[in-house]
Design a protein around this ligand. Structure first.
Ligand code: KG4
Ligand code: ZN
Length: 325
């Protein structure tokens, strides 16, 4: 079995995955959403302290599995340096005390493998990753052959929901709150400009839209918020579908996946479904409970890395706030 730890942002999570069967034997996550909600976003220092409290608490529950552990895995990149360190330090202590190898997992690859928890992998895949930290399209051929073909030039899709929710004083995380508010709103009422709609670039940008929404919020009162939320969600999603449509002109999608915390967005899911219809492409989605950060997805990657002996060392494994591929 492999014990895997996730602490890249505001979720403390540990999983136990059986190597041979890929079965998820244990998974526990403690989210810090309530604690960060008053600030309208994640406060890194507070997040680190909460991980230091939550991770040992979850680890205690894993004690019965210790004797069967063949490796310990941990998210080491990308994420908040001060929170990644919490998980990595714990993983190193486990590796030393149980004398087992350590595996450093890339969180973004974790999101891709959230599609395959307790399942076999399906490749090649075109993946749209939409989370709080990232908005990017990747061509994935295997664990080690991942190419980013489009990414955000500034804010991410999920982050823009968080910022809009903050402007309206709704709390954090903004994604589910805006989605709920948008349900009864008029998507056409606020005519926000689709980002980069005249640009030939296949890239994303959310800072302009965020500012346009800020102006609308400032000029409106609370009774308009549901229409602003609906119009924002519509344009934020249209930006993704317009750029993907352009991309599909040169690279036809066969199997397409949406992953990351914001892949839980139902409007986004429905619009992508529509977009894929003429291509007869298959859409893969993670289970809702594995869209946001979790350790089950880290464990799923760890099994693949264990089989390929992609180990790190206690001395060398370091955290990297940014990651590239
Ligand atoms: O993957 P994740 O848990 O953390 C990162 O790796 O960043 O994603 C969290 C992000 C937050 O920005 C949150 O607002 C967004 O995902 N999110 C959503 C929805 N649910 C979560 N965004 C839009 N619609 C949702 N339903
Ligand atoms: Zn994530």
């Amino acid at each position: 079995m492999i014990l895997s730890i996730e602490s890249s942002c505001d979720d403390s999570a540990i999983s136990i995955t059986e190597i041979k069967t890929k079965k998820l034997l244990f998974h526990k996550k403690i989210s810090q959403e309530l604690e960060h909600s008053v600030y309208g976003g994640v406060v890194p220092e507070l997040a680190a302290r909460l991980h230091a409290e939550a991770l040992p608490h979850i680890l205690q529950q894993c004690e019965p599995y210790f004797k069967d552990l063949k490796a310990v895995a941990v998210t080491s990149t990308p994420g908040l340096a001060v929170t990644l360190v919490e998980g990595v330090t714990m993983a190193k202590a486990i590796a030393v005390s149980l004398d087992i190898p350590i595996i450093g997992v890339n969180h973004l690859i974790g999101h891709i493998y959230s599609l395959f928890i307790e399942k076999e992998t399906i490749f090649p895949l075109t993946v749209l990753l939409v989370s709080g930290g990232h908005t990017q399209v990747m061509e994935v051929k295997s664990l080690t052959e991942i190419e980013t073909v489009a990414k955000s030039m500034d804010d991410s899709f999920g982050e823009s929901f968080d910022k809009v929710a903050k402007m309206m004083g709704l709390g954090y995380p903004g994604g589910p709150l805006i989605q709920e508010l948008a349900k009864d709103g008029d998507r056409e009422r606020f005519n926000f400009t689709v980002p980069l709609h005249q640009s030939p670039l296949i890239a994303f940008s959310y800072s302009g839209l965020k500012n346009a929404v800020r102006l609308a919020v400032e000029k409106s009162d609370e009774s308009d918020y549901k229409d602003i939320a609906a119009s924002f969600e519509h344009i934020a999603t249209k930006h993704l579908t317009m750029k993907l449509k352009k991309y599909f002109k040169t690279v036809k999608p066969q199997t397409f996946a949406i992953v990351g915390g914001a892949s839980a967005n139902l409007y986004l899911r429905s619009q992508i479904e529509e977009l894929l219809k003429p291509h007869n492409a298959k859409l893969l989605l993670s289970e809702l409970k594995y869209c946001s950060d979790n350790a089950a997805m880290i464990g799923r990657v760890a099994v693949e890395m264990y089989e390929k002996e992609m180990f790190s060392s206690v001395e060398k494994l370091d955290v990297a706030p940014r990651s590239y591929f």
